[in-house]
Design a protein around this ligand. Sequence first.
Ligand code: ZN
Ligand code: ZN
Length: 354
Amino acid sequence: MAYAPSTETPSAIPQLAEVDTLTIHAIVNDEIDQISPSPHPAVRHPQSFMGAPLKPLPPGEQRGGAALQMRMDSLCCGAHGLSLLITVTKDGKSHSLLFDAGPEEAVWERNVTRLGLDPSGIERIVLSHWHRDHSGGILSAVRMIEAAKKDLSGVEREKVVVDLYPDRPDYRGVMVQQPISLEADPSFAEIEDAGATVFKSGDVHTALDDTFLISGAIPRRTTYEGGIRGGIRFTPEGNWEKDELIMDERLVMCNLKGRGLVVFTGCSHAGVVNVARHAIELGCGVPFYTLVGGYHLADGAPEKLEKSLEDLRALKPHVLMPGHCTGWRFKVAIEKEMPGCMAPIFGGTKYELI
Ligand SMILES: [Zn+2]
Ligand SMILES: [Zn+2]
C-alpha cells in the first residue's frame, strides 16, 4: 500500500525557518575515510587528505622549502558512536548545534582538538536518545564549549543548552541469556555541573531562531522495524525490564532553502522509515531532501533491509547520508538499488550541502 503522510494536527507543529546554508562536521563516526571523493554532486567535501589540518614544521627545520606538514596525529579517530556539528546560516547569521557527542569524553575531546575546531560557537547540544554511544562525550563537550567561550574576552555568551528527553533510564542494556549493562548516561546533575543549562522536552519544538526542529516521540507505524531485540532498562526497583522500542529517540531537522528537509537521525531505533516518514509529517509539505546519521541496519535481517530500502526509496530522497550503525550491507544495497543517491558520512569530514 502506498504511504500517505498523516494530516493530524498540523497546526500544532512549530514552523521551521528556511536556512540559506548548511554544513555538517562529523566529529565522531564509526568509520573514517580521508581519501574518497564525494559520490554526489549535492554534497561537497575534501578528498585525498585535503581536509586534514596542517601543522608548521618544527622551528629551524629545513625540508626543501616545505613550511607545513600533515601529521598522522592530526587525523580524526573512528569510534562506535555519532557526533555531528551542524552549522546553518540564515540572513548572514550563523547557528551551531551539536547532535550527539559520541561514546567517550576522550574521543570527543581528542577529535575536536585534532581537527582544530573552535567549539565556542556551539549553542545547543541535542541528544538523540539515551544510549552511551551518543551521550558518552556530552560532559567533555560542555566543558570544552564553556572553556572556549571564556577565552573570548569581553564577549558575554549564554551557557550552552543541552536538550534532553526527560525520561532518562538509570541504565540501559541488552538481554543475551543474562542482562548485559551499558554504562550510565551522564545525569542531568552532571551535565549542569559541567556548565550547561539542561532543557528537558518530550514534545516537538524548535531552537536557535527556528532554524532547527527537534521532534517528540517518533510514531512506530511499520510492521518490520521493531527497535532493539533484547533491549532492556534498569528500573528504580532494581530490576531489568524489556525496553526494545527506545521511545525517547528524537530526530532533528532543518529546512534548507531551495532543497528541502535535512533530517538527522542518531541510531534509528524507531526504524529508518518511521524516522523519515515522521520528518515528512513534521515538515508540512517541504520536500524530503536527505537523511543523515545512523540507520541501524547493521544487524538487520535481509528482509528488513529490503523492505527498509523499498520504503525509503518511495519517499524520494535527493541524497542519502548514512553513517554510524547503518552497516556496510545496507550501504551496498543503497548503491545497488539507488545508484548515485548515496553520500555516506565519515568521521572527521566536513560536508557542505550545495
Ligand atoms: Zn542507540
Ligand atoms: Zn548508536
